[in-house]
Structure formats: structure tokens, C-alpha cells
Design a binder for this molecule. Structure first.
Ligand SMILES: [Zn+2]
Length: 98
């Protein structure tokens, strides 16, 4: 791996967190850290990253779900807009009045 590739690889995974090859490794590290550390913001879970490895995060799963929910809502709104546009189009086309 040359310097350019390394840079790209680093860029792909934009966090400098420790990475673990398997979920098991990450979970083991998580358990150890949680036993030792008294830091207020301890990692709470492991997750699979886009880089293909596992990292630890202190983001509770509830927060991650909130983010997912927001994205879902955005998708839903976009779909609704699309359906409304389609409905308007066909109403005009067949001169339907409601
Ligand atoms: Zn990563």
C-alpha cells in the first residue's frame, strides 16, 4: 500500500477511532473499557463502519434510532409529495373533481 492509498483509506473512514477486525473483538474491547474507565462518556456499543471494520461509539442506540427516524420521515414526505403530484396529474387528465 503506497502513501496515496493509505491517505484514501484513511479518508474513507473519517474517524481516527480504533478499529477492530471483528464484532467480537470490538465487543471484548468495549467490555474491558467499560470495566476500567470512569470517564463520563464511555462507549456503549460497537458498530460496523463503512470501512468494513468495527468501532466503538458512545452514541446510545436511542440516538441512532432518532436519526434513522428523521431520515425515514424525510423519505416518507418525499413519497407523499410524489403521490400528491401524481394524483393531481391524473385528476386533471380525467377531469376528476373532489
Ligand atoms: Zn471505520
Amino acid at each position: 500500500m503506497n502513501a496515496k492509498d493509505r491517505k484514501r483509506a484513511f479518508k474513507k473512514c473519517n474517524n481516527s477511532k480504533t478499529s477492530y477486525a471483528t464484532y467480537y473483538d470490538a465487543a471484548e474491547a468495549l467490555r474491558r473499557i467499560r470495566q476500567k474507565s470512569n470517564a463520563p462518556k464511555k462507549p456503549v456499543r460497537a458498530y460496523k463502519c463503512e470501512c468494513g471494520k468495527y468501532h466503538l461509539t458512545s452514541m446510545p442506540i436511542a440516538d441512532a434510532n432518532t436519526i434513522k427516524k428523521k431520515v425515514d420521515e424525510r423519505v416518507k414526505k418525499r413519497e407523499e409529495r410524489f403521490i400528491n403530484r401524481e394524483t393531481e396529474y391524473w385528476k386533471k387528465r380525467f377531469k376528476i373533481r373532489d
